[in-house]
Ligand binder design. Structure first.
Ligand code: ATP
Ligand code: MG
Length: 380
């Protein structure tokens, strides 16, 4: 990721943007910079403000506070049709009585572009979405996935600076969704247009995006690359929303040189890396794959915890164990079977075990984004 020099121009920039609907703050002082040619996803649960953010970029809603810049220029007061952005919705709303070619060429016709030229450009856009040969068909003769490709071609034919996509694959079944995810990333790379992609599907966001803005309650909790979001979630919300996570809470009892000791109420000592404040309460997360199991209950050293097995399940190459710590906290452990010794096969529900982990496994979490370390707009 390129660094943000003062000379950088962002395709879209939010400067402390707030949008309210009556008493409800749908988007709360959000700042965001989208790089040229980037695939950026807005990810978060229902009602967190994703669509409202997109609609403000498109110009369908006006912010109550803050500024929105498109291509470095203040967009406030510019009507939607004069903004160099196009939107693809979940409901693709093609004109049913028009051919595919006319559907795609429609926007160019509105702009007064002549027949030969607009059909030429529409054919190119259809080729890009791999629908060459379907020009004369009507939308109802196409599958859902193909209709969504037409909607995409109809937006791309305008060559917008930014394409906004609001859950565009939401209406498709899982198999088609997967295919279209691959298609969309290919198309985005081919045309080089900035994509701002709204989804509540974390797998989709992780696999497609250059960066992800994880949203909750109208704020961006974290803005980072998929691997950073997964490996180094900043807040408890992000850690919980993305993938599976085990949480432990306790008191910070020691800190030195970027390391900390956290002690839980039942005496488990978590020794990890991160800047914690001594004598505060804190929460850490550990991914299930970072935990391993030893049969029997060894006496407590740091980064081990005594537990009792609740269930064990074979998932092909992996074995998944759910176990309960003293005090009742449930832990999910996922181990590669190839790396484990035979003693795992003998583990049964009710057996005492020791769960252990490396010092690099615990991730120190903030309760809210303002406690989190500064947002990584660029890093390294
Ligand atoms: N026109 C409106 N009038 C009143 N409230 C609105 C309006 N549009 C959105 N809201 C509210 O603003 C909040 C954010 O809505 P938004 O549509 O941006 O959420 P979202 O993240 O897109 O959710 P979803 O995943 O369900 O589409 C919600 O609480 C919603 O009810
Ligand atoms: Mg929405």
């Amino acid at each position: 990721m390129s660094s943000d020099g003062p000379e950088s121009i962002f395709d879209v920039e939010f400067r402390a943007v707030t949008k309210r609907f009556g008493d409800l703050t749908a988007v709360n002082a959000v700042s965001l910079r989208v790089h040229q040619g980037e695939f950026l996803s807005l990810l978060g649960p229902s009602g967190c403000g994703k669509t409202t953010s997109l609609r403000m970029i498109a110009g369908f809603e006006q912010p109550d506070e803050g500024e929105i810049l498109i291509g470095g220029v203040d967009a406030v007061g510019t009507p939607p049709y004069k903004r160099n952005v196009n939107t693809v919705f979940q409901q693709y709303a093609l004109f049913p009585h028009m051919t595919i070619l006319d559907n795609v060429a429609y926007g160019l016709k509105q702009k007064g572009i002549g027949k030969t030229e607009r059909y030429g450009q529409a054919r190119e856009a259809l080729e890009l979405v791999q629908l060459t040969g379907r020009e004369k068909h009507k939308p109802t003769m196409l599958s859902g996935g193909q209709q969504q490709r037409v909607a995409l071609a109809r937006a791309l034919v305008n060559r917008p600076r930014v394409l906004l996509l609001d859950e565009p694959l939401g209406a498709l079944d899982l198999k088609l969704r997967k295919e279209m995810q691959i298609e969309l990333t290919r198309i985005q790379q081919q045309v080089g247009i900035t994509f701002i992609y709204v989804t509540h599907d974390q797998g989709e966001a992780l696999s497609m995006s250059d960066r992800i803005a994880v949203m909750s309650n109208g704020v961006i909790e974290q803005l980072d690359t998929p691997s950073e979001i997964y490996d180094r979630p900043l807040t408890a919300f992000v850690a919980d929303f993305i993938g599976e996570m085990n949480f432990l809470e306790g008191d910070i009892t020691a800190t030195s040189a970027g390391e900390f000791d956290l002690v839980t109420s039942t005496g488990v000592v978590v020794r990890g890396r991160g800047d914690a404040t001594n004598r505060t309460r804190a929460r850490i997360g550990i991914r299930p794959a970072r935990l391993s199991i030893v049969a029997g209950q060894a006496t407590g050293s740091a980064n081990t915890a005594k537990a009792v097995v609740d269930s064990k399940m074979y998932l092909g190459d992996e074995v998944q164990v759910v176990a309960t710590l003293d005090g009742g906290t449930r832990m999910l452990i996922r181990e590669q079977r190839a790396g484990t010794d035979d003693s795992h096969d003998a583990i049964r529900p009710g057996d005492p075990i020791t769960i252990q982990w490396e010092r690099t496994a615990p991730v120190l979490l903030a309760e809210s984004p303002d406690q989190a370390p500064t947002e990584g707009d660029s890093h390294e």
